[in-house]
Design a protein around this ligand. Sequence first.
Ligand code: PMP
Length: 358
Amino acid sequence: GNPRVSSMSKFFSSRLKQTEPYVPGEQPNETKVIKLNTNENPYPPSPEVQKAIQRAANETLRLYPTPTLQELRQTIAKTYKVHQDQVFIGNGSDEVLAFSFMAFFEPGEAIRFPDITYSFYPVYAKLFNVDYKVVPVREDFSLPIEEFYHAEGGVIFPNPNAPTGRALSLLEVESIVHQNPEKVVIIDEAYIDFGSDTAVQLVNQYENLLVIQTLSKSRSLAGLRVGYAIGDKQLIEGLNRIKNSFNSYTIDRLAIAGAKAAFEDGDYFEEIRAKIIETREQTAKSLDNLGFEVVESKANFLLVSHSQVDAEELYNQLKEQKIYIRYFKKPRIQHYVRITIGKPEEMERLLEAIKKHI
Ligand code: PMP
């Protein structure tokens, strides 16, 4: 069984009892698998990252990290043309999301997020006692944006959305921010670098806008655990208060060094994200040719279904051949599988296996 969802102690708080923990995708131990199930980047990080981590390992591990993370904040600020006081860094964007729920959302005031979306949001909402109202996505998985206007307690959604890959335009995002002037609107931009427009350019205009990004996807550093938020100085101060209240270092010296090097190698970043976008478009075309319905995606994954193929069976079949994709046993998407974009040769192997299955 999964140790994360096993027993229930009588000592657990009611918050904890009502929280079904998030179940992450499989991380098989074997090395010879084709892993297209958790939206990792198939390419290694910039070679500069490994060098920087090696250097930090040789020289600085004796020392605590600088609690303000000033150097990395400066690097991120420079990358996105904001002030360093507008940057908060955490242990993966999951931690930044958790801190944001704690800092900005209030029990008794329902926040809104889409149904379907990243399944961590309801987990955090329950854990932190935040009420929520889901906004169903349309038949084509697009978001009815007006239903995010005037939210009682605030708004959070991924752009592009997960696991659909559908993106909003910058104007649509802005209208949601604009129509919630008294509440925080969080845009989770984990997949923003694969072809849609970031809302970071709006943070100087809207004091209620918080943009969260990660190094896990477009910068190939899921294993390093670095995420960050960009927003108004006061929102960042709120996040710092949470951080200093129980976990004041959050990221370690190796992560700081590696992340900094990743931002400084902009050419490498551009190169691999272009490759992934190209592979996505190729794969979408091939799957379409095989009769799949392919949801339009601006992320590094595709949500697809086939009228003649049982999604769960396809997932299991591929897994037997050591090709891992993601199946969600959930309403609305139980006939779909989600496929992370890998290297072209991995997608070829996948397509061959699918062809044999259908
Ligand atoms: N937001 C979304 C929408 C995601 O899909 C993920 C990755 N599972 C995350 C945030 C968290 O990513 P990380 O903690 O690795 O930064």
